[in-house]
Design a protein around this ligand. Sequence first.
Ligand SMILES: Cc1cc2nc3c(=O)[nH]c(=O)nc-3n(C[C@H](O)[C@H](O)[C@H](O)COP(=O)(O)OP(=O)(O)OC[C@H]3O[C@@H](n4cnc5c(N)ncnc54)[C@H](O)[C@@H]3O)c2cc1C
Length: 343
Amino acid sequence: MSDLEHVPALIAGAGPIGLACAISARRRGIRHLIVDAGAIAHSIVRYPVGMNFFTTPERLEIGGHPLSCSGAKATREEALKYYRGVVRTEGLNVRTFTRLVAAERREGRLICRLITAARPELVSCDRLIVATGYFDHANRLEVLGENLPHVRHWFDEAHLSFGLDVVVIGGKNSAVEAALQCFRAGGRVTLVYRGAALKPSVKYWLRPDLENRVAAGEIATRFGAEVVEITAQHVVVRTTHGSVELLPATRVYALTGYHPDFDLLEAVGVSCDAATGRPGLDPETLQTNAPGIYLAGSVGAGRNISEVFIENGRFDGEKIFGDAASRQQAERQYTESPRPVGE
Ligand SMILES: Cc1cc2nc3c(=O)[nH]c(=O)nc-3n(C[C@H](O)[C@H](O)[C@H](O)COP(=O)(O)OP(=O)(O)OC[C@H]3O[C@@H](n4cnc5c(N)ncnc54)[C@H](O)[C@@H]3O)c2cc1C
């Protein structure tokens, strides 16, 4: 075991918060390694092509590096370029396409199991910071046909819907936004949601847009409708009155939310509340019940994924690596961040 690679701080997840944690460590002279199962900022890679952030650019910044963009809000592409630039400028040590799969204590050392290109690897560390977000784990409908190739759990690009019958499933921002974009790209869209009405958290600029399209007969909706099956040509829904309807669909977006990787948290020894999925965390230091293991960013909020965003999670590295004064300042910055609009 003595020949294992050792790093003082191993950070799993090169999202905005994992990168911010690495900056906090590096600026204190703590050597770090960031591993990411995908590319840098892989959750943003998964955003729809051309998407605009709702947050103003200065609140997406990490490490004090300015984010400049051509419009009032950054696009997905500008944000990716920005985070790449931060990694270069700060000289962060990132290993992409390397997944953390487990961690355990052996002979008093914290040993992390990684998988790179299907090859297992062990790295020991003093502190493991899990900053793996939630966006790679979709809440599934668990219905027949959900794995068919025309069913997506991430909204990719509206252009692909041109001329198609599209069913979008969900009642929050991502579903409403996808429905509007697919309609504008020439898709025949039906929005299906099991609730009686859209979620109150739907952004104030999306709601009237959708309502106007529905009133004009341009987008169809089925509220109080539960998806019971997806076939190659249809989405089968059952209403609260028990009637069954076959909605034509050759493209389906099931946008019913996401959740942290609870299996990974269990595999590193972090306990979560059974009902909320919320891990036990010291709010000041973000230390978990597992000695040496910390959670940063949106993974720390359990199933309540609307609680921690880039704009308020980006100070977490200061809580983990900073002294009492840095922690207090990070808490102030967190508290002063505007409450984000739910996803
Ligand atoms: C469409 C959309 C729009 C959004 N707009 C905004 C906005 O305007 N403003 C805002 O503040 N927030 C916004 N958010 C939320 C924001 O994306 C998240 O809050 C933010 O990405 C969380 O950052 P994070 O670093 O905690 O996690 P993530 O950005 O999700 O990063 C986690 C990283 O961990 C990696 N990973 C996962 N599992 C492993 C593993 N086992 N081993 C190694 N690496 C792993 C992933 O590949 C990923 O790169 C938006 C989200 C979506 C979906």
